[in-house]
Design a protein around this ligand. Sequence first.
Ligand code: NAD
Length: 309
Amino acid sequence: MNIETIAVLGAGTMGHGIAQLGAEASLNVVLCDISGPALERAMKMIEAGIVIEGRTIEQCRAITGRIKGMTSIRDAVRSAGLVIECLPEDLELKKKVFREIDGICSPEVILATNTSGLSPTEIAKGLSYPERVVVAHFWNPPQLIPLVEIVPGERTSLSVVDAAVEWVRSLGKEPVRLKKECPGFIGNRLQLALLREALYIVDEGYADIEEVDRSIIYGHGRRLPVTGPFLSADMGGLDIFHIISSYLFPVLCNAPEPSRLMQGLVEKGDLGMKSGKGFYDWNDEMRKKTIQLRTETLVHFLEKDTSKG
Ligand code: NAD
């Protein structure tokens, strides 16, 4: 695989971070957004992100110099060896854009989507070359989280999956490969299973929001960077986990609808940090402190990863 240029479609939360990763890995990056102001914002965020990482001015210039902004998708994908789509999570929009680029990119160009959980088979439907469509699901912030889930659709070829895994490794990320697609892939299924149970505990009045968060931060969450659910179970003893499963599985939340608590907040426009209110009240100080703490912790883990190997 010899990819020199990538096109990143969508310069929002995920697109700008993936563009930065590509440029840091010495790729030429065409960053495309329908909105000029969004492109300008993205370039400013990339510059700020590189500075935080402690690069010299020359290194910053070299990285940003490899990123070219564009507002036309057709022009953006023309010279790309790989396209990574980071458009809003809207199946019809993604299908429309994939149909458009299918006719422009030569057949060996990989068309990757950063969808959080939509079906790659659906996205690839009706394309001339559906075998080159694959999910490469980066996690936010993509500069600091190693995981990228690689998910094939029903018609994705094995060589495209292999190439996507190789590309993700070349960016310094940790690819996790699914055998076949499922809604939400692995990461969002597990994340949302935890959120559903957390909401249920609060909804049922068993504990307050802060206590639920604290129980993860100071308990289960402390182990998670080292041991996933299977390693944790093995280390705790499968006999114990089996007994706990037998009395707990029947009473865990299995609600098929989103939580009423969260729905009520969304209807009021309380969307969390971005609107100033959600489960918590977000003033400027709390926002800055939480982002800083999260960044420092994620950088600490990245440094540990690097020293491992
Ligand atoms: P976002 O809303 O921040 O960015 C989307 C960008 O796409 C915007 O800048 C918008 O102007 C641009 N856009 C919209 N229509 C366009 C078009 N027709 N042509 C070109 N540009 C267009 O979205 P995001 O949070 O970066 O999410 C992008 C994708 O990544 C989604 O599929 C999302 O589910 C997935 N994702 C998001 C996160 C997250 O935490 N935000 C994490 C992982 C995956």
